[in-house]
Design a protein around this ligand. Structure first.
Ligand SMILES: Cc1ncc(COP(=O)(O)O)c(C=O)c1O
Length: 385
């Protein structure tokens, strides 16, 4: 199965709930990203907001050139554990943030000229060589879902052309945009046309450009040739370094969440209550919303036994979805949710005091399962007082 689930993994060895990251699948993704870097000459960064399991950073940094951080904490994790380039961007910084970011960051990208003007002297005085950039908003939407569309009218992300202050450019060495979400390179192609039309005039004086994230490069139908051609043309025309900062593509299909059935109740439908939770362990299921794939399960009614899979929290809507199975579920049956490595592990909470899933690494080459981390009462308690 090409979804980060190795059939060889014996689920009896997995304590639940547990995220299991498949090292073989991470390597598969890295090979594709390495190929893109080699063919196009771009530099690829890992977006820590999507995947920040630092025990695998030694593997990731063999290929990826650094990380992009959304906060001083992510920048510090990247600086201490990834030990390659650190690129920081946030919608706004406080003075404390900037003071923390200066010693950690190689690039700092500002979301407005007001922020750049406010903090440039702090950066200049620091004596550190930091590449400063401005995030722009090309006002070209490719996404359908407005919560994931930084170009939607009213967006707070990026400077629009009408507000672009050419006079404030001295000291700025690059431009950044982030407009895509789980998209193919045709969306990048259309975006680049608009980006160039609007901001191309400023690119000749820049040393780098960052095309943001949202490139679904490691998905099987992704057009890698088009991506490489776009980057090559861009580098040739403007003579600058091109950065990509995907998160999801690095860990796509590289991990599962394994849960167990705790109880089965009936209310119009059979409901299996699991030792996991949509709201605490898979919040995107409710936020996006989406229906995660489950191993050996179909749509309701498609197989003999249909169940609603629910979490153990108090939230009435703590429901993952309705699924059907060939066999009846029993207390203790293991349920495997696919593609849980990105934007899930980083978003877990301890709402209701629900125990956080353990984190494990599976190496398919020698069938080794290592439990990297289990969480305790202290992890819950220490965040609250
Ligand atoms: C500025 C920025 N860079 C990179 C990313 C990573 O995007 P993805 O994980 O979709 O590749 C995001 C995602 O929100 C982002 O906002």
């Amino acid at each position: 199965m090409d979804r980060g689930y190795s059939e060889n993994l014996d689920l009896n060895r997995v304590p639940t709930p547990c995220f299991v990251i498949d090292e073989g699948k991470l390597k598969y993704n890295l090979k594709i990203l390495d190929d893109v870097q080699k063919r196009s000459g771009c530099k690829i960064l890992l977006a820590l907001k999507a995947f920040a399991m630092f025990s695998v950073f030694p593997l990731l940094r063999k290929t990826l050139k650094g990380i992009c951080a959304s906060s001083p904490h992510e920048a510090r994790l990247g600086y201490e554990e990834f030990r390659r380039e650190v690129h920081s961007f946030a919608a706004a910084y406080s003075e404390t943030d900037i003071k923390e970011l200066i010693p950690l960051s190689d690039h700092i990208v500002f979301n407005s000229f007001a922020q750049w003007n406010r903090f440039r002297s702090l950066i200049e005085k620091s004596g550190r060589k930091i590449n400063c950039g401005i995030r722009v908003n090309p006002e070209h939407s490719e996404g359908q879902v407005s919560i994931y569309d930084p170009c939607a009218p009213g967006s707070r992300l990026g400077v629009r052309l009408k507000d672009f202050d050419e006079n404030a450019l001295p000291g700025i060495s690059g431009l950044h945009f982030h407009t895509l979400c789980e998209q193919n390179s045709d969306a990048l192609d259309r975006t680049l046309k608009v980006f160039e039309e609007k901001f191309g005039q400023f690119l000749y004086q820049m040393q780098w450009v960052n095309f943001g994230g949202g490139h679904h490069i490691t998905r099987s139908d992704y057009d890698v040739d088009l991506l490489c051609n776009l980057i090559i043309q861009f580098r040739k025309k403007y003579d600058l370094t091109v950065y990509l900062e995907p998160g999801e593509a690095v860990a796509l299909n590289a991990g599962i969440l394994v849960a167990s059935v705790l109880d089965i109740v009936d209310n119009h439908i059979h409901i299996a209550i699991l030792d996991t939770s949509a709201t605490a362990h898979m919040p995107d299921v409710l936020e996006m919303p989406y229906r995660p794939e489950v191993v050996n399960a179909g749509m309701p009614g498609q197989r003999a036994y249909t169940y609603r899979l629910g979490g153990l929290s108090c939230l009435a809507g703590d429901i993952i979805g309705d699924y059907s199975f060939d066999e009846p579920l029993k207390i203790g049956t293991k349920i495997v949710f696919l593609d849980m490595a990105h934007y899930t592990m980083v978003k877990t909470t301890t709402f209701n005091g629900v125990k956080l899933p353990s984190i494990a690494l599976y190496k398919p080459e020698n069938d080794k399962l290592e439990i990297i981390r289990s969480f305790t009462y202290e992890d819950y308690k220490t965040r609250l007082s």
